[in-house]
Design a protein around this ligand. Structure first.
Ligand code: PLP
Length: 483
């Protein structure tokens, strides 16, 4: 016999028809959002009165109907997106959402598992999807990894494992004793082009950003392996504890690809953890023939960070951290003592929560799996090649134009500046910063600004297969229109 409060009171229980109506309305709004994203202005900031209304809106005492809530999503929220669905958005590294991935994100929420572990579909799907990546890396079947919120969380997880291994190597238990009593300076090596998340991770891990040793780069912004080798040799002699070397395949600023094979050889000689930041460039390196040599050398990394929510078009959030030997990650994070590690039922894989920071974990794998299953390797390859071709066309146009300078380019990133022949050199930075602000104000193109070797630049990153050369040529005209 039922006891306790009636679940229909308070609207917890939904009639079948109401559930279907809500889901259909949500699906219609979702389709409209996906259809509208690429249209209109690239920059669509919410009007000031809307921002003010959001700032004041109270949590109502009594709730509203689902239809009313979804109407508000359609009329006052969806019209003001970040902009990354738009083909004239080429700022930072933010791809448009793959429509099937967006739908899968909703379905994952409907299933709403915690993917900490257990024996249910979401756990197996995450193992399956992670395996697709470890196989591309050419790693053995003992390799592994898991989805996280993004490249930043992946880097934090990887460097925590690197710190743990380095400390264990000198008989120190960093988990119990921290690093204050390490007795040595613990150092992470990276080029100045490494993503800021490396600094964040080093600071959060208590290593201190003063203990990041910056290794020089060549003219194409690639880390210099010889300089790394010399630095590691000197540091060993000086009693430093090397924690990790961070290399990048696809730096965020200019798309530079570090020479991984040479760096891996240096790391092996010094027995230092090699972490490769493939957050942006990973998919291109793993799938395109011209990067075959780099892909092979990636297999020599200890850990790799890769963002499906960037160049695999999976909706945010979908980051991925991969470990050649996941047991180090388990030793770093697991709080289940060895004697309590029961096998569960026979088909139950090891728990993801033992290998990382998150305990309750969302079903990120579904949107990754759905997007990649639909596109196949060949589909992703074609889309990425298209993005690169569009970026190369922009490179060519910038190089050919008498009023623009190409400052750097790699993968699908192009950095350039406007350079009218008559303008004195010391006014170029201010001129380009003013132009960038004016372009964003006009709102027809959404591009980022950056610095290349100290010079102010426009930075375009094409991770949208809807972006054509026409859109990119229009950007150059937008910049000229702001003169
Ligand atoms: C985006 C990016 C990161 C950080 O990843 P998030 O997903 O933003 O946390 C790290 N490295 C590179 C090269 C990136 O492009």
């Amino acid at each position: 016999m039922e006891t306790g409060p009636d679940p229909t009171v308070g609207g917890w229980t939904w009639a079948d028809d109401d559930l279907t109506a809500m889901a259909q309305q949500a699906a219609a709004v979702l389709a409209d959002v996906l259809r509208d994203g690429p249209t209109g202005a690239a920059v669509r900031r919410p009007p000031a009165d809307q921002v003010a209304a959001w700032a004041d809106a109270p949590w109502p005492d009594e709730g509203r109907s689902p239809a009313d809530v979804l109407d508000e999503v359609a009329t006052t929220i969806a019209p003001y997106p970040f902009g990354n669905a738009h083909p004239r958005f080429s700022a930072w590294v933010n791809s448009p959402p793959h429509p099937l991935g967006a739908a899968a994100a909703g379905l994952a929420a409907a299933m709403n598992p915690s993917v900490a572990g257990g024996n249910h579909a979401a756990v197996h799907l995450e193992h399956l999807t992670v395996r697709w990546f470890t196989e591309l890396l050419g790693w053995s079947n003992t390799a592994g990894g898991y989805f996280v919120s993004g490249g930043s969380a992946a880097t934090l997880s990887a460097l925590a494992a690197a710190r743990h291994r380095a400390a264990a190597g000198i008989g120190h238990d960093d988990r119990r004793d921290g690093i204050a009593t390490l007795g040595r300076r613990a150092v992470v090596y990276a080029s100045a082009e490494a993503h800021s998340c490396v600094t964040k991770a080093v600071e959060a891990l208590g290593l201190g950003s003063a203990n990041i040793t910056r290794i020089g780069v060549d003219a194409e912004h690639r880390l210099l392996p010889d300089e790394l080798d010399r630095q590691l040799t000197a540091d060993r002699d000086g009693g430093v504890l090397p924690v990790a070397v961070v290399a990048s395949v696809g730096t965020v600023n200019s798309g530079a690809v570090d020479p991984i094979a040479e760096i891996a050889t240096v790391c092996a000689a010094h027995q230092v953890w090699l972490h490769v930041d493939a957050a942006y460039g990973g998919p291109a390196i793993l799938l395109l023939d011209e990067w075959e040599r780099t892909r092979r050398s990636l297999a020599r990394a200890d850990s790799v960070a890769l963002d499906p929510h960037k160049w695999l078009y999976v909706p945010v959030d979908a980051g991925l951290v991969l470990f050649a030997d996941p047991s180090t990650a388990r030793d770093t994070f697991s709080l289940v003592p060895e004697y309590l590690r029961t096998a569960g039922d026979a088909d139950e894989p090891v728990w993801f929560s033992e290998f990382g920071l998150e305990q309750t974990r969302p079903f990120r794998a579904l949107k990754v799996w759905a997007t990649l299953s639909h596109l196949g390797k060949a589909g992703v390859r074609r889309l990425i090649a298209r993005d690169i071709a569009a970026a190369q066309a922009l490179c060519a146009a910038v190089t050919a134009a008498p009023d623009f300078d190409l400052l750097a380019s790699g993968l699908s990133v192009v950095c350039f500046r406007h350079h009218p022949p008559e303008l004195p050199d010391d006014e170029l930075d201010a001129h380009n910063k003013r132009l960038l602000a004016a372009v964003l104000e006009r709102g027809q193109a959404f591009v980022a600004g950056t610095q290349v070797d100290g010079a102010a630049a426009f930075r375009v990153c094409v991770v949208n297969p809807g972006t054509t050369t026409t859109h990119l040529m229009a950007l150059l005209d937008e910049i000229r229109a702001c003169l």
